[in-house]
Design a protein around this ligand. Structure first.
Ligand code: ADP
Ligand code: AMP
Length: 214
């Protein structure tokens, strides 16, 4: 099963993608996590990506598309994957379609998690992320068992620089300008499914499972 997650920043793509990956036994591929790991490890890619990310801008397509095309060609992705945060622009979606076509493959679902901007702004300030394993929490809606500590790997949780309110508004603008057109793109491809992302985390997951198993 090959899935892409759509939705604004903070819509819940990562939260749901992790659960989908666990249930269907496919890898969760998050370009945001890949960039953050590169920043943490001080790689060339990380150095290039950081400036864009800190400003709430998209990392250029040239640094992003080949990375994903190579990742989905790896062995663990042969039975499918859930892409989280990619594609984010029409040229990225076209690059993905082209790479899949070349291998006689196609995506099965594009799941759009719909959340109005007002809810997103509230959600982002409460998001806490683990840079150790990529787990995500929310102070109110999905708190860790121990304050400030990751349940999965025991490392410290942080407020991402790009989750600060001034950057969140910029990321929302970038989303509306560059990423939202993908809804039309995948609707025309006949694989778009929409879920109400304002419901609680388990209800959103149940709605997604209904789609994937239906
Ligand atoms: P994205 O990957 O789309 O940027 P996340 O999955 O990281 O978003 O979710 C953003 C924040 O909102 C996180 O703190 C997460 O715990 C919380 N969250 C995710 N889904 C919901 C939901 N349905 N209701 C309330 N909070 C949620
Ligand atoms: P995320 O973790 O998905 O919220 O992504 C965090 C940041 O990483 C984004 O705001 C972008 O700066 C960058 N990023 C992640 N995925 C992409 C992508 N597909 N294209 C461009 N930039 C990306």
């Amino acid at each position: 099963m090959k899935i892409v997650m759509l939705g604004g920043p903070g819509a819940g793509k990562g939260t749901q993608a992790k659960q989908i990956a666990a249930k269907f036994n496919i890898p969760h591929i998050s370009t945001g996590d890949i960039f953050r790991a590169n920043i943490k490890n001080g790689t060339e890619l990380g150095k290039k990506a950081k400036g864009y990310m800190d400003q709430g801008l998209l990392v250029p397509d040239e640094l992003t598309c080949d990375l994903v095309v190579d990742r989905i060609a790896q062995d663990d992705a042969k039975d499918g994957y859930v892409l989280d945060g990619f594609p984010r622009t029409i040229p990225q979606a076209e690059a993905l379609t082209k790479a899949l076509n070349a291998r006689g493959e196609a995506l099965d679902y594009a799941i759009d998690i719909e959340v109005p901007d007002e809810n997103i702004v509230k959600r982002m300030g409460g998001r806490r992320a683990c840079l150790g394993c990529g787990a995500t929490y929310h102070l109110m809606f999905n708190p860790p068992k121990k304050d400030g500590i990751c349940d999965v790997c025991g490392k410290e949780l942080i407020l991402r620089d790009d989750d600060k309110p001034e950057t969140v508004q910029k990321r929302l603008n970038v989303y509306h300008d560059q990423t939202q057109p993908l809804i039309q793109y995948y609707s025309e491809a006949g694989i778009l499914k929409e879920v109400d992302g304002t419901k609680d985390i388990n209800e959103v997951f149940d709605a997604i499972v209904l789609i994937l198993e239906g």
